[in-house]
Design a protein. Sequence first.
Length: 290
Amino acid sequence: MNDMTPLSTQARDYSVITKVIEEISARPADEHDFDALARDMGMSPRQLTALFKRWAGLTPKAFSQCVTLNRARQMLKENVPLLDTSYELGLSSAARLYDLFVTHDAMPPGVYKAKGEGLEIRYGFHPSPFGQVLIMLTDYGLAGQAFCDEGEERAALEDMTRRWPKAIYLKAQPDEIRRWAEKIFDPKKWHQDQPIKIVMIGTDFEVRVWQTLLRIKPGQATSYGEIATHIGNPKAARAVGAAIGRNPISFVVPCHRVIGKNAKLTGYHWGLTRKQAILGWEAGLVEGAE
């Protein structure tokens, strides 16, 4: 973990960012005192602003606005129609520019029912802008991606391997994991002609929900109920929520862009603070492109 690549620098910054996000989230946006917050972090206001702009492309004040309830409401209001349109309609050029280009397939249902028996999965950890990331690869593409804090790698791996307990798990070469991490988290490497290939391993219902998540673009959000309506089962919002909670490919399959009907950010398997961080980071990308 000592390789100071841009991703590892961002991961180091994230340890401070999480503390600031927790403070930002504890009170309404109009009550934030960023000078006092900087002092609490042992930094000057200028240093805190520089850190945020380096990590997310936003000032602390702009970041706080991106993760407040009012921002969530606006995201929800703007995005509701988008699940019923094509990928190209109603999207800003900035959202398209900073989207992850993904191709996806669903693993045959038998593989899921057999709990991954006979499937080889290579895995490894690498720094990311949101802490350590666990990347799990098959010959078909990216099958799993999870986040954890430093020192929690074993627990994260156990959590993911329980999804496919009969699969064969092998440690991947570090260079392979690094290349995947950079392709996922470095916007300079997001190219439509070099898409990120993923494979979805789940029930038919789960795969339909996860495929729908791919339609939600950076800087936008939708609700569990809207996804349920989109897949033709408007009464299945609770089941949709469960399927989203079991999404094994965090970030690339953007379950973090789903919020409650009342515009609350709701939970996230890898922590609400991390969800807020991802939304703010994405907002910085989109706003920086406009």
